[in-house]
Design a protein around this ligand. Sequence first.
Ligand code: RET
Length: 231
Amino acid sequence: MELTVTLWLWVGAVGMALGTLVPLGRFVRDEESRVYTAVLTGVTAIAAVAYALMAQGYAVSLPGLEGVELVRYVDWLLTTPLMVLYLGLLSRSGPRVYAALVAADVVVVTSGVVAAALSGPTRYVAFGVGAVAYLVLSYLLLRTLPRRASFQSGDHVATFTTVRNLTVVVWSLYPVVWLLAPTGVGLLLPETQVLVMTYLDLVSKVGFVVVAVRGLDGITSHGTARTTTAD
Ligand code: RET
């Protein structure tokens, strides 16, 4: 593997591992917010393992999926549902909405795998299916969640809005990179693609968990008590 590619993958692995310390520390210390911090710890910990495997040149190959970056897609398939689930939990909008979020997200990522495995115009059909599922997911995040939400403080709303906006903005760049990379029109070199993906993954995941952990005080009851006292 190209040296710069390996280097960027290690940057990803180390960044994700450091990012994991933030929710993990809170998980150990704060019993009340454990449902939240367990989900957040899972997001960056899984990504750290995926990056470490990719950096060592580990690649899974399945019949019909040769040349598809399966480790990356498995990472996405496990971690992106956790992230949308977290946004669902944060807004407390109920199990049906959580299920819809996860389903739309799984269709997005699965379409990416299918698109990467196909060649010719059919590849763009699969991409189109993923793009439509992504629009549905964005609608759920931008419209449905705030409507169904039951927030308990101004801090709670602010945390939800920041993490949700970070997610929608950064995630929207993935299909663009996919199209510019060798998976699409091939304008980006493989090493540039890895650099850009690593950067996006670190912002979308470490950024997400750091902002989410900092916002936990506005959600848990001792945080509310503190807000009430401060008022
Ligand atoms: C694909 C191609 C099919 C159409 C769309 C895509 C979107 C992918 C996204 C990925 C997000 C990944 C994250 C990883 C974090 O580490 C699959 C590229 C819309 C939104 C957040």
